[in-house]
Design a protein around this ligand. Sequence first.
Ligand code: HEM
Ligand code: HEM
Length: 232
Amino acid sequence: MASGHTATREKRGRELRVWDLPTRLFHWALATAVAVAILSAELDVLAVHMLAGETVLVLVLFRLAWGMVGSQTARFAEFVKGPGAIRDYLKRSRAGGEAAFTPGHNPLGALMVVALLLVLLAQAGSGLFTSDDILVDGPLVPLASGATVARLGSLHRLLANGIFLLVGLHVAAVLFHLLVKKDDLIRPMVTGRKVLPGRLAVTEPRRAPAALALAILAASAGLVFLVLRAAG
Ligand code: HEM
Ligand code: HEM
Protein backbone atom coordinates (compact mmCIF):
# COMPACT_ATOMS: atom_id res chain seq x y z
CA MET A 1 0.00 0.00 0.00
CA ALA A 2 1.24 3.49 -0.78
CA SER A 3 2.49 5.73 2.01
CA GLY A 4 1.22 9.08 3.29
CA HIS A 5 -1.55 7.78 5.51
CA THR A 6 -2.21 7.98 9.23
CA ALA A 7 -1.80 4.88 11.40
CA THR A 8 -4.13 1.89 10.93
CA ARG A 9 -6.30 0.45 13.68
CA GLU A 10 -8.11 -2.86 14.09
CA LYS A 11 -11.86 -2.53 14.57
CA ARG A 12 -14.08 -5.42 15.55
CA GLY A 13 -17.87 -5.55 15.73
CA ARG A 14 -18.21 -1.75 15.55
CA GLU A 15 -18.27 1.08 13.09
CA LEU A 16 -15.46 1.57 10.64
CA ARG A 17 -14.44 4.99 9.32
CA VAL A 18 -14.55 4.42 5.56
CA TRP A 19 -14.99 7.82 3.85
CA ASP A 20 -12.80 10.78 4.82
CA LEU A 21 -14.21 14.32 5.07
CA PRO A 22 -12.71 15.53 1.74
CA THR A 23 -14.36 12.68 -0.21
CA ARG A 24 -17.74 13.26 1.48
CA LEU A 25 -17.62 17.04 0.97
CA PHE A 26 -16.55 16.41 -2.63
CA HIS A 27 -19.53 14.11 -3.24
CA TRP A 28 -22.26 16.39 -1.92
CA ALA A 29 -20.68 19.50 -3.48
CA LEU A 30 -20.48 17.66 -6.83
CA ALA A 31 -24.11 16.49 -6.64
CA THR A 32 -25.21 20.07 -5.84
CA ALA A 33 -23.10 21.67 -8.59
CA VAL A 34 -24.32 19.16 -11.21
CA ALA A 35 -27.95 19.69 -10.15
CA VAL A 36 -27.52 23.48 -10.36
CA ALA A 37 -25.80 23.15 -13.79
CA ILE A 38 -28.67 21.05 -15.15
CA LEU A 39 -31.44 23.17 -13.64
CA SER A 40 -29.91 26.46 -14.79
CA ALA A 41 -29.38 25.09 -18.32
CA GLU A 42 -33.05 24.07 -18.46
CA LEU A 43 -34.07 27.55 -17.21
CA ASP A 44 -31.60 29.14 -19.65
CA VAL A 45 -29.79 31.08 -16.92
CA LEU A 46 -26.43 30.53 -18.55
CA ALA A 47 -24.31 32.77 -16.27
CA VAL A 48 -25.26 30.54 -13.33
CA HIS A 49 -24.90 27.47 -15.55
CA MET A 50 -21.32 28.28 -16.52
CA LEU A 51 -20.32 29.02 -12.91
CA ALA A 52 -21.82 25.73 -11.73
CA GLY A 53 -20.13 23.87 -14.62
CA GLU A 54 -16.75 25.42 -13.81
CA THR A 55 -17.24 24.34 -10.18
CA VAL A 56 -17.85 20.78 -11.45
CA LEU A 57 -14.58 21.02 -13.39
CA VAL A 58 -12.62 22.07 -10.27
CA LEU A 59 -14.25 19.31 -8.20
CA VAL A 60 -13.57 16.56 -10.75
CA LEU A 61 -9.91 17.64 -11.13
CA PHE A 62 -9.63 17.54 -7.34
CA ARG A 63 -11.15 14.04 -7.23
CA LEU A 64 -8.87 12.68 -9.95
CA ALA A 65 -5.79 13.81 -7.98
CA TRP A 66 -7.30 12.65 -4.65
CA GLY A 67 -7.85 9.28 -6.33
CA MET A 68 -4.10 8.98 -6.80
CA VAL A 69 -2.62 10.41 -3.58
CA GLY A 70 -5.61 10.59 -1.20
CA SER A 71 -7.02 8.29 1.46
CA GLN A 72 -7.11 4.53 0.91
CA THR A 73 -10.81 4.17 0.01
CA ALA A 74 -10.59 7.18 -2.35
CA ARG A 75 -7.73 5.72 -4.40
CA PHE A 76 -8.57 4.35 -7.86
CA ALA A 77 -5.86 1.66 -7.49
CA GLU A 78 -7.79 0.46 -4.43
CA PHE A 79 -11.24 0.05 -5.99
CA VAL A 80 -10.97 -0.13 -9.80
CA LYS A 81 -10.77 -3.86 -10.55
CA GLY A 82 -11.01 -6.20 -13.57
CA PRO A 83 -13.92 -8.45 -14.69
CA GLY A 84 -12.72 -11.34 -12.47
CA ALA A 85 -13.06 -9.25 -9.31
CA ILE A 86 -16.51 -8.02 -10.45
CA ARG A 87 -17.71 -11.63 -11.00
CA ASP A 88 -16.30 -12.60 -7.61
CA TYR A 89 -18.05 -9.63 -5.95
CA LEU A 90 -21.38 -10.56 -7.59
CA LYS A 91 -21.01 -14.11 -6.24
CA ARG A 92 -20.25 -12.84 -2.73
CA SER A 93 -23.04 -10.32 -3.05
CA ARG A 94 -25.60 -13.10 -3.57
CA ALA A 95 -24.40 -14.65 -0.28
CA GLY A 96 -24.84 -11.22 1.39
CA GLY A 97 -23.75 -10.13 4.91
CA GLU A 98 -20.07 -10.38 5.79
CA ALA A 99 -19.15 -12.01 2.46
CA ALA A 100 -20.25 -8.96 0.47
CA PHE A 101 -18.82 -6.28 2.78
CA THR A 102 -16.48 -3.78 1.10
CA PRO A 103 -15.15 -0.84 3.14
CA GLY A 104 -15.10 1.48 0.08
CA HIS A 105 -16.65 1.18 -3.39
CA ASN A 106 -17.44 -2.36 -4.50
CA PRO A 107 -15.89 -3.40 -7.87
CA LEU A 108 -19.21 -2.93 -9.73
CA GLY A 109 -19.95 0.48 -8.20
CA ALA A 110 -16.39 1.47 -9.14
CA LEU A 111 -17.35 1.32 -12.83
CA MET A 112 -20.09 3.88 -12.19
CA VAL A 113 -17.73 6.15 -10.23
CA VAL A 114 -15.17 6.17 -13.07
CA ALA A 115 -17.87 6.67 -15.74
CA LEU A 116 -19.41 9.60 -13.81
CA LEU A 117 -16.06 11.33 -13.31
CA LEU A 118 -14.95 10.92 -16.94
CA VAL A 119 -18.28 11.99 -18.46
CA LEU A 120 -18.49 15.00 -16.12
CA LEU A 121 -14.91 15.97 -17.06
CA ALA A 122 -15.77 15.78 -20.77
CA GLN A 123 -19.03 17.68 -20.18
CA ALA A 124 -17.43 20.52 -18.22
CA GLY A 125 -14.45 20.66 -20.62
CA SER A 126 -16.64 20.81 -23.73
CA GLY A 127 -18.86 23.45 -22.05
CA LEU A 128 -15.91 25.85 -22.02
CA PHE A 129 -16.04 25.78 -25.85
CA THR A 130 -19.85 25.79 -26.19
CA SER A 131 -21.90 28.68 -27.55
CA ASP A 132 -25.68 29.14 -27.66
CA ASP A 133 -25.09 30.87 -31.04
CA ILE A 134 -27.08 33.89 -29.85
CA LEU A 135 -25.79 35.70 -26.77
CA VAL A 136 -23.67 33.43 -24.61
CA ASP A 137 -20.25 31.94 -25.35
CA GLY A 138 -18.30 29.58 -23.12
CA PRO A 139 -15.09 31.27 -21.87
CA LEU A 140 -12.75 29.46 -24.31
CA VAL A 141 -14.88 29.96 -27.45
CA PRO A 142 -12.65 32.85 -28.66
CA LEU A 143 -9.65 30.45 -28.73
CA ALA A 144 -11.26 27.87 -31.04
CA SER A 145 -12.33 27.76 -34.68
CA GLY A 146 -16.03 27.86 -35.62
CA ALA A 147 -15.92 24.17 -36.58
CA THR A 148 -14.41 23.17 -33.21
CA VAL A 149 -17.01 25.22 -31.33
CA ALA A 150 -19.78 23.54 -33.35
CA ARG A 151 -18.34 20.03 -32.70
CA LEU A 152 -17.75 20.56 -28.97
CA GLY A 153 -21.17 22.23 -28.60
CA SER A 154 -22.81 19.16 -30.18
CA LEU A 155 -20.82 16.91 -27.83
CA HIS A 156 -21.95 19.07 -24.87
CA ARG A 157 -25.64 18.75 -25.83
CA LEU A 158 -25.26 14.99 -26.50
CA LEU A 159 -23.34 14.22 -23.29
CA ALA A 160 -25.99 16.03 -21.24
CA ASN A 161 -28.27 13.03 -21.98
CA GLY A 162 -25.48 10.65 -20.88
CA ILE A 163 -25.28 12.51 -17.58
CA PHE A 164 -29.06 12.25 -17.01
CA LEU A 165 -28.75 8.50 -17.64
CA LEU A 166 -25.68 7.94 -15.44
CA VAL A 167 -26.96 10.01 -12.52
CA GLY A 168 -30.35 8.24 -12.77
CA LEU A 169 -28.63 4.82 -12.74
CA HIS A 170 -26.35 5.90 -9.88
CA VAL A 171 -29.23 7.00 -7.65
CA ALA A 172 -31.27 3.90 -8.65
CA ALA A 173 -28.32 1.63 -7.67
CA VAL A 174 -27.97 3.37 -4.30
CA LEU A 175 -31.75 3.02 -3.69
CA PHE A 176 -31.61 -0.67 -4.78
CA HIS A 177 -28.93 -1.29 -2.13
CA LEU A 178 -31.03 0.53 0.45
CA LEU A 179 -34.47 -0.92 -0.27
CA VAL A 180 -33.76 -4.40 -1.68
CA LYS A 181 -30.42 -5.37 -0.18
CA LYS A 182 -31.05 -3.48 3.08
CA ASP A 183 -27.58 -1.98 2.74
CA ASP A 184 -27.56 1.76 3.47
CA LEU A 185 -24.69 3.34 1.50
CA ILE A 186 -26.07 6.87 1.94
CA ARG A 187 -25.45 7.21 5.68
CA PRO A 188 -21.72 6.37 5.33
CA MET A 189 -21.43 9.03 2.57
CA VAL A 190 -22.81 11.49 5.17
CA THR A 191 -21.14 10.35 8.43
CA GLY A 192 -18.10 8.59 6.96
CA ARG A 193 -18.86 5.41 8.97
CA LYS A 194 -20.07 1.93 8.01
CA VAL A 195 -21.32 -0.67 10.49
CA LEU A 196 -19.28 -3.86 10.32
CA PRO A 197 -21.59 -6.84 9.68
CA GLY A 198 -21.48 -9.77 12.12
CA ARG A 199 -18.16 -10.50 13.76
CA LEU A 200 -16.11 -9.30 10.81
CA ALA A 201 -12.72 -7.75 11.69
CA VAL A 202 -11.37 -5.27 9.18
CA THR A 203 -8.40 -2.94 9.32
CA GLU A 204 -9.54 0.69 9.27
CA PRO A 205 -8.69 2.28 5.89
CA ARG A 206 -5.84 4.77 6.12
CA ARG A 207 -6.59 8.44 5.72
CA ALA A 208 -4.45 11.06 4.04
CA PRO A 209 -4.03 14.46 5.76
CA ALA A 210 -6.83 17.00 5.18
CA ALA A 211 -4.14 19.64 4.46
CA LEU A 212 -3.18 17.63 1.36
CA ALA A 213 -6.82 17.73 0.21
CA LEU A 214 -6.90 21.52 0.70
CA ALA A 215 -3.65 21.93 -1.29
CA ILE A 216 -5.04 19.79 -4.15
CA LEU A 217 -8.32 21.73 -4.14
CA ALA A 218 -6.42 25.05 -4.28
CA ALA A 219 -4.25 23.72 -7.14
CA SER A 220 -7.35 22.51 -9.07
CA ALA A 221 -9.11 25.86 -8.62
CA GLY A 222 -5.91 27.72 -9.60
CA LEU A 223 -5.52 25.63 -12.74
CA VAL A 224 -9.12 26.25 -13.86
CA PHE A 225 -8.74 29.96 -13.10
CA LEU A 226 -5.57 30.16 -15.25
CA VAL A 227 -7.23 28.26 -18.11
CA LEU A 228 -10.27 30.56 -18.01
CA ARG A 229 -8.00 33.60 -18.04
CA ALA A 230 -6.23 32.24 -21.12
CA ALA A 231 -9.09 33.58 -23.23
CA GLY A 232 -8.57 37.04 -21.72
C1 HEM B 1 -25.90 14.82 -9.68
C2 HEM B 1 -25.95 13.97 -8.71
C3 HEM B 1 -24.82 13.02 -8.28
C4 HEM B 1 -23.57 12.82 -8.78
C5 HEM B 1 -22.91 13.52 -9.97
C6 HEM B 1 -22.94 11.80 -7.96
C7 HEM B 1 -21.66 11.30 -8.16
C8 HEM B 1 -21.02 10.38 -7.35
C9 HEM B 1 -19.63 10.02 -7.42
C10 HEM B 1 -18.62 10.59 -8.42
C11 HEM B 1 -19.40 9.10 -6.45
C12 HEM B 1 -18.05 8.51 -6.07
C13 HEM B 1 -17.60 9.19 -4.80
C14 HEM B 1 -16.09 9.17 -4.62
O1 HEM B 1 -15.48 8.10 -4.53
O2 HEM B 1 -15.51 10.26 -4.60
C15 HEM B 1 -20.64 8.86 -5.76
C16 HEM B 1 -20.81 7.98 -4.71
C17 HEM B 1 -21.98 7.86 -4.00
N1 HEM B 1 -23.15 8.58 -4.20
FE1 HEM B 1 -23.47 9.96 -5.59
N2 HEM B 1 -23.82 11.40 -6.99
C18 HEM B 1 -24.97 12.13 -7.15
C19 HEM B 1 -26.10 12.07 -6.38
C20 HEM B 1 -26.28 11.21 -5.34
C21 HEM B 1 -27.49 11.13 -4.54
C22 HEM B 1 -28.75 11.98 -4.75
C23 HEM B 1 -27.27 10.16 -3.61
C24 HEM B 1 -28.20 9.66 -2.53
C25 HEM B 1 -29.39 9.22 -2.79
C26 HEM B 1 -25.93 9.64 -3.82
C27 HEM B 1 -25.35 8.65 -3.07
C28 HEM B 1 -24.08 8.18 -3.24
C29 HEM B 1 -23.49 7.14 -2.42
C30 HEM B 1 -24.18 6.42 -1.28
C31 HEM B 1 -22.19 6.93 -2.90
C32 HEM B 1 -21.19 5.90 -2.37
C33 HEM B 1 -21.48 4.59 -3.09
C34 HEM B 1 -20.62 3.47 -2.52
O3 HEM B 1 -20.70 3.23 -1.31
O4 HEM B 1 -19.90 2.84 -3.31
N3 HEM B 1 -25.36 10.30 -4.88
N4 HEM B 1 -21.61 9.67 -6.32
C1 HEM C 1 -20.82 19.01 -15.81
C2 HEM C 1 -21.19 20.24 -15.99
C3 HEM C 1 -22.20 20.63 -17.01
C4 HEM C 1 -23.43 20.08 -17.30
C5 HEM C 1 -24.08 18.88 -16.62
C6 HEM C 1 -24.00 20.83 -18.39
C7 HEM C 1 -25.23 20.59 -18.97
C8 HEM C 1 -25.80 21.36 -19.97
C9 HEM C 1 -27.12 21.16 -20.50
C10 HEM C 1 -28.10 20.08 -20.05
C11 HEM C 1 -27.31 22.10 -21.48
C12 HEM C 1 -28.56 22.28 -22.36
C13 HEM C 1 -28.34 21.52 -23.61
C14 HEM C 1 -29.49 21.69 -24.59
O1 HEM C 1 -30.07 22.77 -24.64
O2 HEM C 1 -29.77 20.69 -25.28
C15 HEM C 1 -26.12 22.92 -21.54
C16 HEM C 1 -25.94 23.98 -22.38
C17 HEM C 1 -24.87 24.88 -22.32
N1 HEM C 1 -23.75 24.76 -21.52
FE1 HEM C 1 -23.41 23.29 -20.15
N2 HEM C 1 -23.12 21.83 -18.74
C18 HEM C 1 -22.02 21.75 -17.93
C19 HEM C 1 -20.90 22.56 -17.92
C20 HEM C 1 -20.77 23.71 -18.70
C21 HEM C 1 -19.63 24.63 -18.61
C22 HEM C 1 -18.41 24.46 -17.70
C23 HEM C 1 -19.89 25.63 -19.51
C24 HEM C 1 -19.06 26.85 -19.81
C25 HEM C 1 -18.36 27.49 -18.88
C26 HEM C 1 -21.14 25.34 -20.16
C27 HEM C 1 -21.74 26.11 -21.15
C28 HEM C 1 -22.93 25.83 -21.76
C29 HEM C 1 -23.54 26.71 -22.77
C30 HEM C 1 -22.97 28.01 -23.34
C31 HEM C 1 -24.77 26.09 -23.13
C32 HEM C 1 -25.81 26.60 -24.13
C33 HEM C 1 -25.80 25.77 -25.37
C34 HEM C 1 -27.04 26.03 -26.23
O3 HEM C 1 -27.93 26.80 -25.84
O4 HEM C 1 -27.12 25.39 -27.26
N3 HEM C 1 -21.66 24.16 -19.63
N4 HEM C 1 -25.21 22.43 -20.61
